[in-house]
Design a protein around this ligand. Structure first.
Ligand SMILES: O=C(O)CCC(=O)C(=O)O
Length: 301
């Protein structure tokens, strides 16, 4: 039984199901790509070295501890309810950029293990965005349902979102979910192709419905997992997804990152590449939720 919370309510049993496990297909690239095309996602449990994940987690947690947002020991990621990031003059964008470019985090996000997986999935030499979305979701946080195309699919649609939990992320801590079959919701996908949230910022990429309402309206389910350190989830640009509520009784912060890979030879969206990428809006790392103190408001992106 999978128990997750959406918008303060338990997800009914008929609306939630586990991801298909595609790890064995890493040895069969054609079958792996066929599964990705069919399902719009690939769940690859245990595909990353856990020591590299633990090192990245420790690095990020140490930085949050430094601004007094976590209790000791930092790697337990228990929110303190305090923050030095609220102090006048604190440069939140610069801080988050420095956390997001930490060497251990980058060794994981841009390292051989992910490169090899993404090369297999793309069937081409892969390149990762330099801009990375590092998430620190405190209790009470969630991410609304959206497709990624309006953010990342403009230069090429052949872009793969790569979601990596930095440590175990059980269902109570609000992991990612995928809307089953949403890669075939042609009406929604056609609308997403028209939407550029930078050119039309009044249009939100996230749907107003709760995840359960959304799934019910389409007669489908929310697929997810009790994520373990070392797991990876890959999504296409036309796969609707979000994250459940973090309801951790221990006040544990959900740490994860998401990054996009694409074939190196295809056109690149300059907002996400380079030494100081501007990100979706041009504000750089200051635009991310992670740049705000843990207990401040959280909206999708
Ligand atoms: O981790 C989250 O809360 C959201 C991640 C997401 O939307 C993505 O990876 O595209």
């Amino acid at each position: 039984m999978l128990h997750a919370i959406d918008n303060g309510q338990p997800v009914p049993a008929e609306r939630i199901a586990p991801f298909a496990d595609s790890r064995a297909l890493l040895r069969d690239p054609a079958a792996l790509r066929a599964r990705f095309a069919a399902d719009g996602y690939l769940f690859l449990p245990g595909a990353l070295p856990v020591d590299a994940v633990a090192a990245a987690r420790a690095e990020v947690a140490a930085r949050l501890f430094e601004v007094d947002e976590l209790e000791a020991p930092p790697a337990a990621a228990i929110a303190s309810g305090r923050s030095r990031r609220s102090a006048p003059g604190f440069d939140r964008g610069a801080f988050w950029e420095s956390v997001s470019t930490g060497p251990r985090l980058r060794a994981l996000s841009h390292g051989d293990a992910l490169r090899t997986i993404l090369g297999t999935v793309l069937g081409a030499e892969p390149i990762a965005h330099d801009f990375i979305f590092l998430r620190a979701a405190a209790r009470g946080r969630a991410t609304g349902i959206h497709y990624d195309h309006p953010f990342f699919g403009h230069a090429t649609e052949n872009v793969v979102t790569t979601w990596v939990p930095l440590g175990d992320v059980p269902l109570a801590e609000g992991p990612l979910f995928v809307v089953e079959g949403s890669n075939r919701f042609d009406d929604l996908i056609a609308a997403m192709r028209q939407l550029d949230i930078v050119k039309a910022p009044e249009k939100k990429a996230a749907y107003a419905m709760t995840a359960v309402e959304f799934a019910r309206s389409r007669g489908t389910r929310l697929l997810t997992a009790d994520f373990r350190a070392g797991d990876v989830l890959l999504l296409g640009m036309f796969t609707a997804h979000g994250a459940f509520d973090n309801v951790s009784p221990a006040n544990r912060v959900r740490l994860s990152f998401d990054i996009r890979y694409q074939p190196a030879h295809e056109p690149r969206d300059g907002r996400y590449f380079g030494a100081r990428p501007g990100g979706t809006t041009g504000a750089g790392y200051a635009e991310l939720n992670g740049a705000r103190p843990l207990l401040e408001a959280w909206h999708v992106r």
